[in-house]
Design a protein around this ligand. Sequence first.
Ligand code: NAP
Length: 242
Amino acid sequence: MTEQTIALVTGANKGIGYEIAAGLGALGWSVGVGARDAERLDAAVAKLRAGGADAFGVPLDVTDDDSVAAAAQMIEERAGRLDVLVNNAGVTGGMAGQTPSTADIAAVRAAVETNVFGVIRVTNAMLPLLRRSASPRIVNMSSGVGSLTRQSTPGAETGPISVGYAASKTYLNGVTVQYARELRDTNILINAGNPGYCATDLNGFRGTRTPEQGAAIGIRLATLPDGGPTGGFFEDEGTVPW
Ligand code: NAP
């Protein structure tokens, strides 16, 4: 009998993260549902289980060292390893404060704290567990707004001008590439995914795609075969320009 794949999805209580967890659960995987609010965590786990997924709750605030360490300890005790980490938790920081010339530094900092430092913190806490997997995968849920090529090509810009959220996703892309460089001689594949503009809390449900559609790229990168790409940036249609 093959071993059940163990995954952790951060920010999985709703939106795209929830749908990634549901998609991985549908593959028969054991899915850790990372969420910081206990009530919303329990509700998401219950819903995923009702849908047939082998889901378990992982209390997790990606901005908090102790919370992240406790989450790693929990997975260590439960499974002794981690096969797939999906860094999905993200915030805008508040779009009102994101025009560069009038930026609210607190809003910019909030975006970077969660979308960049949170990813580094969680990834490093989980790496010892991932290194015990036969085929470890790390997926960083980025955004098309993080593409400097798109942002600097007149007519191709995506999303509102934002010195916090968009730039945090550019930073995250850079972080993804640096991890890929460090991990190149391992079996760990790490990639960034762009879910596209999806209707979630993040944008007041104005997105034009469903969270389920947005989850597809995360699921694809979580299930890459051995020898698959690493250090790349992908969306449904293929590679996203940096
Ligand atoms: P969402 O519905 O607002 O979900 C964001 C998730 O992140 C929530 O579960 C939230 O938990 C969690 N989260 C935020 N801060 C956290 C923290 N400190 N610790 C743990 N969890 C935290 O947004 P979404 O649209 O699904 O976004 C998912 C990812 O996709 C994000 O990285 C986002 O940047 C990216 N993305 C989204 C779009 C889009 O159009 N929606 C486009 C491109 C990229 P709480 O419920 O506790 O707040």
